[in-house]
Design a protein around this ligand. Structure first.
Ligand code: HMG
Length: 392
């Protein structure tokens, strides 16, 4: 049975921080961010825009009423949970009006979990061919001011509808995963920001890419020559570029090398404007590739490298299907320019503002601009979300 991605949607914050402004404020050469990390802007979420609102907005942009009747599982992959018990998927299920007889769960393994969610969705549809699964990757990457990770923050969500006979990309039954118990990036329950061994984390990313790719080629008797594009987890685009250079085979015909290089450049266009979306980053790369590449055709194979600190990596593949372009939007680079530009001072206030809950468990939440949904208030310790009806 053919199973894969039938629809893919994206939502990000309505505010952004320019990297040159950040560099100036931090007394850093702007080239370090624009050339050293390959980043131009970061999406910045206010206190009323979180994984629930971002995830619901991304999904709302793609779902029809029929999809909402057909979906019987909602999986939210995230490491930016808003609750230790209740799954973000339960709020999103309600906000979207999905039929009640559905399973809703949250999954975690740093930036890797959306890949596990996709595989679970694929297996579920294999068993229940009429069902559709909504997989949402949503995160807010927040490292703190004046930290090495600060220029690699970001936020956003990718929503994917998984079904049989998908109209964008088949998910093939071939993957290799790898686990290493390492401390490259982690966030204990008592901390709102992660602890990071930054350079070590980049080495582990590249080492797990190399070893997983070697194993993948061996197990499936394949090589880069069988692919038109390779997408990577993008904590910041420069690391993905290093990953691309690691898998590139200089013995391939020059034309194929050029095609792979061009498609790689297309896959990082959105990340350069958004920053790290943690578990959604790989899929933002896929979306960026599909909406901006001019040389892809039905039947083309795409390799994907997923990496989550801690660490789990996986390489898997997809195959584009006839008419995939009809299911996508034109490039979103122009619309990303519509985000409200913040000064560094405004960013420092907005991104780190926290809801102050009183002794009764109530809080008002500032009414900043969001996508289709917003956190409205906290009432007796309960987060109350709603649709945004006005045009702020
Ligand atoms: P840093 O202090 O910016 O490191 O920290 P750097 O001094 O090595 O500079 C970075 C690059 O800028 C280097 O390029 C410099 O040469 C260059 P490279 O040599 O590596 O090609 N550079 C310049 N280029 C042009 N003009 C200049 C200039 N100055 C320097 N004037 C670090 C970098 C990644 C450590 C930091 O940003 C960080 O800690 N980030 C957070 C951790 C991270 O993103 N790790 C990635 C792997 S782990 C992962 O992917 C998982 C993750 O997404 C989380 C999860 O799974 O949940 C993070």
């Amino acid at each position: 049975m053919n199973i894969g991605i039938d629809k893919i949607g994206f939502a990000t914050a309505q505010y952004m921080l320019n990297m040159d402004d950040l560099a100036e404020s931090r007394n850093v050469d702007p080239d370090k961010y624009s050339k050293g990390l390959l980043l131009n802007n970061l999406s910045i979420t206010p206190v009323n825009d979180d994984i629930v609102t971002l995830g619901a907005s991304a999904a709302k942009s793609i779902l029809s009423d029929q999809d909402k009747e057909d979906i019987d599982m909602v999986i939210v992959a995230t490491e930016s949970s808003v609750d230790q018990s209740k799954a973000a998927a339960t709020w999103i299920h309600h906000l979207l009006g999905i039929q009640p007889f559905a399973r809703s769960i949250e999954m975690k393994e740093a930036c890797y979990s959306a890949t596990a969610a996709l595989d679970y969705a694929r297996l579920h549809v294999q068993k229940h061919p009429e069902s559709k699964v909504l997989v949402i990757a949503a995160d807010v990457a927040r490292y703190g001011t004046n930290t090495p990770g600060e220029p690699t923050q970001g936020a956003g969500s990718i929503a994917m509808l998984i079904s049989k006979d998908p109209r964008i990309m088949l998910l093939n039954d071939n993957s290799v995963a790898q686990t290493r118990d390492i401390m490259d990036f982690w966030r204990p329950n008592y901390s709102t920001t992660p602890f990071v061994n930054g350079i070590y984390s980049t080495k582990q990313y590249l080492s797990m890419l190399k070893t997983t790719w070697e194993e993948f080629q061996k197990r499936f008797e394949t090589s880069l020559a069988d692919f038109s594009a390779f997408c990577f987890h993008v904590p910041f685009p420069k690391l993905a570029l290093k990953g691309f250079n690691k898998v590139m085979d200089k013995n391939l015909p020059e034309e194929l090398q050029a095609k792979l290089k061009d498609n790689f450049e297309k896959s990082i266009l959105y990340s350069k404007q958004v920053g790290n979306m943690y578990t959604g980053s790989l899929y933002l790369g896929l979306l960026s590739l599909l909406e901006n590449s001019e040389n892809l055709a039905a039947g083309d194979n795409i390799a994907l490298f997923s990496y989550g600190s801690g660490a789990v990596a996986e390489i898997f593949t997809g195959t584009l299907v006839n008419g995939f372009k009809d299911m996508l939007q034109p490039s979103r680079l122009e619309s990303l320019k519509n985000r409200i530009k913040l000064s560094v001072e405004e960013y420092e206030k907005l991104f780190f503002e926290e809801v102050e809950v009183d002794s009764e468990g109530n809080a008002t939440v500032a009414d900043y601009k969001t996508g289709a949904f917003a956190l409205k208030e906290i009432r007796e310790h309960q987060r109350i979300y709603g649709e945004v009806n006005d045009n702020k």
